[in-house]
Design a protein around this ligand. Structure first.
Ligand SMILES: Cc1cc2nc3c(=O)[nH]c(=O)nc-3n(C[C@H](O)[C@H](O)[C@H](O)COP(=O)(O)OP(=O)(O)OC[C@H]3O[C@@H](n4cnc5c(N)ncnc54)[C@H](O)[C@@H]3O)c2cc1C
Length: 410
């Protein structure tokens, strides 16, 4: 049988890396990569940080120069949107073009969720997922203007930090009781909120936005907290309320979907064995946790791409990624290892406000993760402890006379 034709749906970070990894592993079949953005594959972290601040250029965030995809990688890069995939393994593009394939790698990431409230579709209400979003937002940021960020997750807080650095008056509205609650423990959220407030960012939690109105060029968000009506005025709104996995084109394909594309530990769809998924869209069985985990992180896009390529090449190895992400806010580097589950016991080894802050958490008595502030050098040791689900007494964890390296060796 001749080598299969691989179709990569989505030419973002993970899609680009899959194409590269397949070629690096000696894959001899055809590789076609279809992407709806006009840009070659790129890395997104700088969109809310260096690119937004003008400290990096678009060229600097590309995985490779555009020519690379045509020459070195022998990848047929197609600019377009896949509208549908059939169980007969034919993809149909918006343009009407069809592409028959043997193996599909879904690397379509997610689309920024829009605000569904009245006024959520006003042109001054922006989202931040792509280079185009970032450049448009950057053009509207200016010293003295008021930015209202809706959503206190990672992207919202990073954008708030960048806008404040540019001299803007920034307010963040978060519906939940605390910021970055999906990845930080309450102690971490409290410290981070205080840091933002110190730098002039107003953070309001427990606030539900009900409508956005525009009058005389001024936007106002009508909101409420515990039944009390509130109003926040701004010149610009950033909706940072998460992403929706971009699975619409897979309806009717026979691919099993649930919070993204389901995969087993080899990144393969259980209902359609010709389909793999990678990156933000992949809800993959993770043997470390004994359940499906969907990660929205840079490292997952990198590593899962290699795992998908290996799996296509016949490797039987499971992909067991320990979640890790970083964020830069107000010149502080924050790294989070593992998953925080409400109720985990949080141990403060070094308070986050101190030099080299380390918070660790125990899930049922076992190290499950941690938050590192300006001390990324501790990450490897922390990952060893979390992978091993090390049982360490809280008093030992908080004792700075014992290094994490020693604990990881024990
Ligand atoms: C602003 C921002 C800041 C971030 N900062 C960090 C950070 O500091 N640290 C960290 O760990 N992670 C960060 N991330 C997360 C990280 O960038 C993502 O996890 C990573 O980009 C996921 O890669 P992906 O290839 O799965 O998705 P993407 O990079 O989004 O690529 C998916 C591509 O598929 C395209 N597509 C979708 N549907 C179709 C279709 N039907 N047809 C054709 N093409 C389609 C999309 O347009 C997109 O180009 C950040 C993300 C953003 C948006």
């Amino acid at each position: 049988m001749s080598a299969p034709h691989v179709l990569i749906a989505g030419a973002g970070h993970a899609g680009g890396r899959v194409a590269q990894a397949l070629r690096a592993a000696g894959f001899t079949g055809r590789v076609t990569m279809v992407g709806e953005e006009s840009h070659a594959p790129y890395e997104r972290p700088a969109l809310s940080k260096e690119l937004l601040l003008g400290r990096k250029t678009v060229g600097e965030i590309m995985l490779e120069p555009r020519e690379f995809w045509r020459d070195e990688q022998q990848v047929a890069a197609v600019n377009g949107r896949i509208a549908a995939v059939g169980a007969d393994r034919v993809a149909r593009l918006d343009s009407g073009e069809t592409i028959a394939f043997d193996i599909l790698v879904v690397a379509a990431g997610g689309h920024a969720r829009k605000l569904t409230v009245v006024g959520g579709d006003l042109p001054e209400v922006r989202t931040l997922r792509s280079i185009d979003d970032c450049l448009a937002l950057r053009g509207a940021l200016a010293e003295g203007r008021r930015l209202l960020v809706i959503g206190g997750g990672v992207i919202g807080m990073e954008a708030a930090s960048s806008a404040a650095a540019l001299g803007m008056h920034v307010t963040v509205l978060e519906t939940g009781p605390r910021i970055m609650a999906r990845c930080l423990p309450p102690e971490g959220s409290r410290w981070l909120q205080a840091l933002h407030e110190e730098r002039g960012v107003r953070v309001e939690t427990g606030v539900a936005v009900e409508a956005i109105r525009r009058a005389d060029g001024v936007l106002s968000a009508q909101a409420s907290r515990a039944g009390q009506a509130l109003q926040f005025d701004a010149d610009l709104v950033l909706a940072a309320v998460g992403i929706t996995p971009a699975t619409a084109f897979l309806a009717g394909s026979g691919v099993a979907l649930d919070n993204g594309v389901l995969t087993d530990a080899r990144c393969r769809n259980p209902a359609a064995p010709w389909c793999y998924a990678v990156g933000d869209i992949a809800n993959s069985f993770n043997p470390l946790y004994g359940r499906h985990v969907r990660q929205e992180t840079w490292r997952n896009a990198e590593n899962q791409a290699r795992a998908v390529a290996a799996s296509i090449m016949g490797s039987g190895e499971a992909y067991e990624e320990m979640p890790w992400m970083w964020t830069d806010q107000h010149e502080r580097n924050i790294q989070v290892v593992g998953i925080y589950t409400p109720g985990d016991l949080v141990v403060s080894r070094i308070a986050p406000g101190e030099q080299g802050g380390v918070l660790l958490w125990l899930h049922e008595g076992k190290v499950a993760g941690g938050m590192l502030v300006d001390c990324g050098r501790e990450r490897k040791q922390l990952e060893i402890l979390a992978r091993r689900q090390a049982e360490v007494e809280p008093a030992t964890l908080s004792d700075t006379a014992i290094s994490l390296k020693e604990l990881a060796r024990a």
